[in-house]
Ligand binder design. Structure first.
Ligand code: UDX
Length: 452
């Protein structure tokens, strides 16, 4: 198929590269000329495993090319994927102005029957509204062609998006059966690998995306709230989690306690769904509670520090390992690390920070901040005779770090692990003087374990 992808952002680039891999002819268009120029030079603007290789392979095979010229992308395509951003507006609703702009432009420029596919996460009913708008545009042009609108939400995780596309657990397409049939051809190679392809109404497809993300975020807030209870009651959240995970109705996945979820999706999708519910006068208290619990959990690091130092943080040298909202990405959007950094700067502490991928992005957020020392390695952070070390992102290099070496470097300084990178056994054997972790008893070396 001849496919155009509008939006060379995170979702657009993954979709473009993967569809090219599936042997389609893909044009990826973006209004950001600098971004397009970078991509044309073979540089990948997104930190994502396998993506640079996939892009260069597709470009070499002449199955993928980039342009900032809309007309070039619009005229030949059988299928137009919209993968532009839908950021939150101040009220929490999703900003779909870019989606509308692309749809109207396609309607104004295309000369052939085609399918317009909404890949971005959009409020339920957006597809219906776009269909009406497109039909109006075609009427204005006295065009006899048909542009059908389909929903095709993505379920890509940052850091494993290529894998998630090529090994999707399901593909959802929403719209009138005969109109969305071309998507069966688009995804045929994946369906041939027994990946389920679910056809449903457009509105169901749009709502399924929100429901999936809200359910995932709910599991995170659930285990975090239970970890608060475990920590206060001297229980161990790892054991509690084992105790519930064997129930097949619950399962073990997506129940890792930590300092809360971040990223560009969960927070925005929860706000958008709450907004939709409120507009319909439907109670959204459960969905709102997910966000509330998450916001509280983001304070866990600073609360442990205040507890350990009796609220006297001014002048302390605090190391932070990990800034990205999760490992495998350089994305800082809604990262829990930022909450700790801002609180510590406000408390006049000194920060010594490292992240394997997100350092540059963080430096842009805290330009010329004199109280922050930016380090090139995890070990460099330890050379600053720290008063405490925080872990905010569970990068593998932290989880595999030599704990004996770490324990020596820290000496009496507490290790405050917001992502439970280590087992209590490991920490005890390494002789870490003070170890705080989420929902588990505090470990004090060479002394009794006491409840947090
Ligand atoms: C998510 C959804 O997983 C994906 O399907 C959707 O398309 C986009 O949003 P992403 O935001 O990239 O993907 O990351 P994900 O791996 O889902 O983690 C989201 C956040 O939850 C991260 O901050 C992560 O640290 C946190 N998390 C996840 C936990 O705290 N505990 C867990 O057990 C899992």
């Amino acid at each position: 198929m001849i496919i155009s992808i509008y939006g060379a952002g995170y979702v657009g680039l993954i979709t473009a590269a993967c569809l090219a891999k599936l042997e389609h002819q893909v044009t990826c268009v973006d209004i950001d000329t600098k971004r397009i120029a970078m991509l044309r030079k073979g540089q990948c603007p997104v930190y994502e495993a396998q993506l640079p290789e996939l892009i260069s392979e597709a470009v070499q095979a002449n199955r993928l090319h980039f342009t900032d010229n809309f007309a070039e992308a619009t005229k030949r395509a059988d299928i137009h994927f919209i993968a532009t951003g839908t950021p939150s507006l101040p009220e929490g609703n999703a900003n779909i102005s870019q989606i509308i702009a692309v749809a109207v432009t396609v309607a104004q420029q295309t000369e052939r029957d085609c399918l317009l596919v909404i890949k971005s996460t959009v409020p339920v009913g957006t597809g219906d509204a776009l269909q009406v708008r497109i039909d109006k545009e075609l009427l204005k042009r006295r065009q006899k062609i048909r542009i059908s609108v389909a929903a095709n939400p993505e379920f890509l995780r940052e850091g494993s998006a290529v894998h998630d596309f090529m090994n999707a657990e399901r593909i959802i397409i929403g719209g009138k059966a005969q109109e969305i049939a071309p998507l069966q051809i688009v995804y045929h190679p994946l369906v041939a690998k027994n990946i389920p392809l679910l056809s449903m109404s457009r509105r169901s497809a749009e709502l399924a995306k929100y429901a999936a993300n809200v359910m995932l975020a709910c599991r995170v807030s659930f285990i975090n709230q239970i970890s608060q209870l475990a920590g206060a009651l001297g229980a161990n959240i790892d054991e509690v989690r084992q105790g519930i995970a064997l129930d097949t109705r619950i399962g073990p996945h997506f129940l890792r306690p930590g300092i809360g979820y971040g990223g560009s999706c969960f927070p925005k999708d929860i706000s958008a769904l709450v907004y939709t519910a409120k507009a319909l006068q439907i109670d959204a208290s459960l969905i709102e509670a997910i966000a509330k619990v998450n916001q509280l959990q983001k304070n866990w690091l600073i609360e442990r520090l205040q507890h350990h130092f009796n609220n006297k943080l001014a002048g302390l040298k605090i190391g932070i390992w990990g800034l990205a909202f999760k490992p495998g990405t350089d994305d800082l959007r809604d990262a829990s690390s930022l909450v700790a950094m801002k609180s510590l700067l406000a408390a006049k502490a000194k920060l010594i920070v490292f992240d394997p991928a997100a350092l540059l992005a963080a430096q842009k957020l805290f330009i010329n901040e004199p109280a922050i020392r930016w380090c090139e390695t995890a070990t460099e952070v330890l050379t600053a005779s720290l008063d405490a070390l925080l872990i905010a992102t569970e990068w593998p290099e932290f989880r595999n770090f030599n704990l004996h070496f770490l324990s020596e470097k820290l000496n009496k300084a507490p290790l405050i692990d917001g992502r439970n990178c280590f087992t209590l056994e490991q920490v005890k054997q390494a002789g870490v003087a003070y170890y705080y972790s989420v929902g588990r008893p505090q470990v004090m070396s060479r002394r009794e374990i006491i409840c947090a």
